[in-house]
Ligand binder design. Sequence first.
Ligand code: NIG
Ligand code: FE
Length: 416
Amino acid sequence: MKKGNVLIKNAAELVTCSGFQAKKGKEMNDLHVIPQGAVVMEEGIIKAVGTTEEILKNYNESDYEVIDATGKAVLPGFVDSHTHFVFGGYRAEEFSWRLRGDSYMEIMERGGGIINSVRATKEATKEELHRVGKKRLDSMLSFGVTTVEGKSGYGLDYDTEIKQLEVMDTLNQEHPIDIVKTFLGAHAVPKDYKGREDEFIDYLIEQVLPTVAERNLAEFCDIFCEKNVFSVEQSRRLLIKAKEMGMQVKLHADEIVQLGGAELAAELGAVSADHLLQASDQGIADMAKAGVVATLLPATAFSLREHYARGRYMIDQGCAVALASDLNPGSCFTESIPLVFALATLYMKMSIEEAVTALTINGAAAVGRADQIGSIDVGKQGDVIILEFPSYKYIPYHIAVSTVEKVVKKGVLVFD
Ligand code: NIG
Ligand code: FE
C-alpha cells in the first residue's frame, strides 16, 4: 500500500465545502454535505468523493488504509490564514496591564507592544524560534489546522526578518502543517525610525524586500496600516513595490481607527484585508466588488475587549469572509479554533455553515490556495479532519473545546 492512500468510509456527514474559489455572500451557506459519505485519497491527493455505497463499488478497501468514520463528521482541514506564530519571548505583563485598563495602543505608544517582541525575537536563536514554533504548530494540528499562514514582523530589520522566514521554511519542511509565509517587515516603527516612517518604508523596499522576493522567502507582503503606525499612503507605496517584485499583498486594515485600509485593499487587488473592526460601508462594498477576502479575527477583538467586526453585514453585502486565529504574543495569544468558531457564531452573527466556509475554502482563498486545499474535491490535497461527533453543528455547540478527533494530512493520519 502506497503512502498517502486512504479510504474514509461511513462518514455520518461528509462536509465537502466543494469549490475552487472563495465563496461570497449567500454562497457561504452551501457546504455540500454528503450523508453516509466516503473519500478516497491516493498518494495524498483526493481521487474520489461520494456516498460510501458508490465508493465501495469502485474501490477495493484492501488497496488503502481504511478509516471507518461511522457516527462522525468529516470536513476539510482548517486553514488558519492569519497568524504570527514565530516569535521570541512573551508579554504576559502587558496582558495584566490591559486588564487594569491600559489600551493596546497606549502600551505600544509608550514603547511596549510589538517592539517588546521584536527585542526578544532578535535575541532568540534560530533553534529557540524553531522549538517554540514547532510546539505551536503541534497545538494547531490538534485543533484540525492543516495549513497555516505565518508572518514575520518581529524583526523589523534585515537579519531578524529573514531569520523568522527561514525558521518557517524549515518548519514547513519538517511539520505536517503546510506554512504559507508572509513578509510583515512593516509591522511597527522601529525606535530609530520614529518620526521617519517614510525612510523606514524606503529601507524595507530597498534593503529587505528584494531578498525576500528573490529568495522566495514569502508569498505575501503585509503591513500594519493604522493610525500612528503606517499611513494609507505608506502602505500603498510598500505594497505596490511588493507587487512589482512578484508578491501578493495583504493588509492589517481598519483595526483600531477607520483609516481607509479596506478601500486601499480593494484598490490594490489585495488577496485579503484583515481585522476590519472599523471598516467603512464604502470599504466593505469596495472589497466585495474587488473580491478581496475579509479575514476576521474575533479572538483578537475578544482579547482586546473591542467590539467585533461586522461579519454579518459583510456577508450580506456580498463579501467573502474568512476567519483566523491571529495567534500572536500581544493582542491575541491563542491558536484556539474552537474559540474563534464560538465567537463568530455567537457574537458576529455568522451561521455555523458560514463559519465552516470561513475556516476552510475561504481561508484557503485568503492564502491564494483555493485551487489546492480548503474543500474535499477530486484533485485537491488530501487534508481532512474527522470530528468525534456526527455533525459539523457540534463545533460551536461544544463551546471552546476541540471536537477534532483525527487529522489526515496529504493522505496520512497525522493526529489521532
Ligand atoms: O494582528 N495589529 C497588529 N499586529 C498583530 C498584533 C501583534 C502584537 O501585538 O504582537 C495583530 O493583532
Ligand atoms: Fe495580525
